[in-house]
Write a protein that binds this ligand. Structure first.
Ligand SMILES: [Fe+2]
Ligand SMILES: [Fe+2]
Length: 407
């Protein structure tokens, strides 16, 4: 029997044993020689010698029993193209490159593409999605799985990444002072003007729902882009990052996965929690934030930038989540719908410390030359978050939808 969390087991005679494992396996067949802990003695024995059974203990625990409910693996539906780059990518994914108006993927002109524009960001997003769950076709026929390593798509992706990265590098100040960047992230400005501040003060329900639809592009695969950095780290930085990721993935309980909590919130608020449901509605600014995570996660060379991106999210999320909880209380949202952000107030207070002291400090000690990339990751994430925030606030200011298609 698996029990989550540290536990204390009390025997009839008052004797106590404890386990501080994240998950403990308790023996229920009473064959274990390490009773009350399982030592796999329940396995079928070839020699017919039944070992003596141990006495039954009283188990006192606040831990949670393991349960699991199968989750459907859902793929995103291929989106509508938004220009020549995304037309070439979507046509390749659909296996329909002969369609009129489609340029062969190797010949697509990328020189004049807007690095932050809809066409490039959607095309990039589609290329990256192949490394997550992939796409279903227009008629629910799956896009061939071997396209994940299609040379044409990878080649175009690389060219788009170069354009995107060049723009980001020229639009941020750069530097190597990680401490100053982190201190800036940790400073809370009283009457700041970000989206969570706006929603807390005056946001309406339709605006909150729009915000959550945007965020679903990331949160329905929350923590996945950062998981790619695990094999690119080593030692204490790796152990601490995995500790954060373990928490993001529900610490062994699928119902507590942050992506799952987000999906529950969407359902509570009358939004579709289907993976990729709002891809067509998501503007470039929304896609660019997620694309930056995928880009850094998929390039070992950008592991410092990925850690900087991760730090930006984890260091700013707790107070932002608190403001969103206040917004949802003000808007009379159900307690079930508030759970995702309420969880992040506490979880990210822990993650903040783990990322700063457990990941960044030992990573910099081992590889000081990554300081510039960590700073770049923080600055680029902040720039993209500001662009997203500016879009939402300017549209809401005039009562307009922030999505490409209103909910
Ligand atoms: Fe999370
Ligand atoms: Fe977190």
């Amino acid at each position: 029997m698996l029990v989550h969390g540290p536990i204390e087991v009390t025997f009839d005679d008052g004797r106590r044993v404890t386990s501080d494992r994240a998950v403990t396996a308790l023996c229920t067949c009473r064959l274990s020689r390490r009773y009350p802990f399982c030592d796999t003695s329940h396995r079928r024995r070839l020699a017919n010698q039944p070992p003596a059974r141990s006495p039954v203990p009283v188990i006192q625990t606040d831990g949670m029993l393991s349960t699991s409910r199968p989750q459907p693996v859902t793929k995103a539906v291929l989106p509508q193209a938004r220009g020549p780059l995304s037309t070439a990518v979507v046509a390749t994914l659909r296996g329909d490159t002969a369609a009129p108006g489609t340029t062969e993927i190797g010949a697509v002109d990328i020189e004049h593409a807007d690095p932050y524009g809809d066409d490039l960001q959607l095309a990039l997003h589609c290329c990256y999605e192949l490394h997550y769950r992939g796409f279903a076709g227009a008629l629910d026929d799956p896009v061939a799985d071997d396209l994940e390593w299609n040379a044409g798509l990878l080649g175009l992706r690389q060219r788009m990444e170069q354009v995107f990265l060049a723009a980001l590098r020229s639009d941020v100040p750069g530097g190597t002072d990680v401490t100053t960047e982190i201190n800036t992230l940790l400073a809370e400005v009283g009457d700041a003007s970000g989206v969570s501040h706006y929603l807390r003060r005056v946001g309406q329900l339709w605006e909150l729902r729009e915000y959550i639809a945007h965020r679903s592009i990331y949160h329905l695969k929350e923590a996945d882009p950062q998981a790619w950095v695990i094999p690119r780290l080593s030692g204490p930085a790796k152990a601490a990052l995995v500790t954060v990721e373990h928490d993001e993935y529900g610490a062994g309980d699928p119902q507590r996965m942050h992506a799952h909590l987000f999906a529950d919130m969407m359902t509570e608020l009358g939004l579709s929690s289907r993976y990729g449901a709002y891809l067509d509605a998501a503007p470039a600014a929304t896609l660019a934030e997620v694309n930056f995570m995928s880009l850094c996660g998929l390039h070992r060379q950008l592991r410092g930038a990925l850690v900087g991106q991760f730090a930006t999210v984890e260091l700013t999320s707790s107070p932002g989540s608190d403001r969103l909880v206040q917004a949802m209380h003000r808007l009379d949202c159900s307690s079930a719908s508030i759970r995702f952000y309420a969880e992040h107030i506490e979880a990210d207070a822990v993650h903040e410390q783990l990322v700063r002291r457990g990941v960044i400090a030992p990573l910099l000690a081992a590889e000081p030359e990554l300081a510039g990339d960590i700073v770049f990751g923080i600055q680029a994430s902040t720039l993209l978050a500001d662009r997203f925030s500016d879009l939402l606030l300017s549209r809401w200011d005039t009562g307009q939808t922030t999505l490409r298609t209103a909910l």
